[in-house]
Design a protein around this ligand. Sequence first.
Ligand SMILES: Cc1ncc(COP(=O)(O)O)c(C=O)c1O
Length: 369
Amino acid sequence: MGELIPLAKPVIGDAEEQAVLGVLRSGQLSLGPQVVRFEEAFAERVGAPHASAVSSGTAGLQLALRAVGVSDGDEVVTSPLSFVASANVCVMERARPVFADIDATTLTLDPAAATAAVTERTAAILPVHIFGYPTEMEPLEALGLPIVEDACEALGGRYADGSPVGGRGHAAVFGFYANKQMTTGEGGMVTVGDPAIKQRIDSERNQGRAPDMDWLDHDRLGFNYRLSDIACALGLAQLDRLDSMLAERQRVASLYYEGLAGIEGLALPCADRGEEQRGWFVFVVQLPPSVDRDETIRALREQGIQSKPYLPAIHLMAYYRERFGHREGEFPVCEAVAAQSIALPFFPEMTSGQVERVCAALRETLEQT
Ligand SMILES: Cc1ncc(COP(=O)(O)O)c(C=O)c1O
């Protein structure tokens, strides 16, 4: 067995260490100047008027839903092929996540299915730019409902008009967990066009305090979903190297396309469509339907290669079955993808030799089955 190839690995260097050390030595570890600096730099990066730093992508999604007015008894139309957080936040806000099936090519919310799922109780649409591929936005925007974009996996992506994901004016939420395009350890960012939405998010992340209010005076209910200055300084250092990290992810993706070409029945991530571009986050392939996924994962592990099922369909998770009565067969495109997809090792510093090892091992495993 060769050296272990992990699924993901952050790029952390001197700049990150110095940035964090600087904050530690400054004595101001939270509610300090790094937060605003990080927000402004991030907003500029994606071409959004405003940004709010928050403690996680999940926290950002929850605050964004609240800020666009989702509350008790509402419905939110969203994708069943996502990390569970995007549905959980609807339930946390006492709304019902109403799933609609995905497009078989891009794996994002199918606009026709989403449109058909809208009722008079629909308070928002929550498209998920899954595996970094941007959802087709125009048909969703035509519905005239508030939109919260789950862009946790899509930093660096571009919509069909060529503009960066996060700059369309809707609340768009990014995540900075350590496997993401850039990391703050844990953390998130909400970008938005409307200053009133930013103001509400800024208040609710900080126990409901209005910007002009005194310490310990609060005019609404809120949370502690703040991001520390330590994390924001780390985020600023990561933003500085984001272009090069994205370019490296693109390089690794190209190597995978070459190395996995021609394997019968193996579906690779869809190609970009013109200006519409994926922000590379994971390399997810769908195994042929006849192949046992668990066996494949085991065979790769035996060769020192990490992989995992990615992602399970949310509506078929135990909690969602029990709470909302979901069953197999409701969203066939999503279910077929969820049953056969695996994420392969994918990170900026991955060498061509490591990609070759993964491709050779997968090819060999699939040929044997
Ligand atoms: C699609 C999607 N939504 C939401 C989240 C939640 O982000 P976080 O883990 O920062 O709360 C993630 C990240 O794990 C994600 O991949």
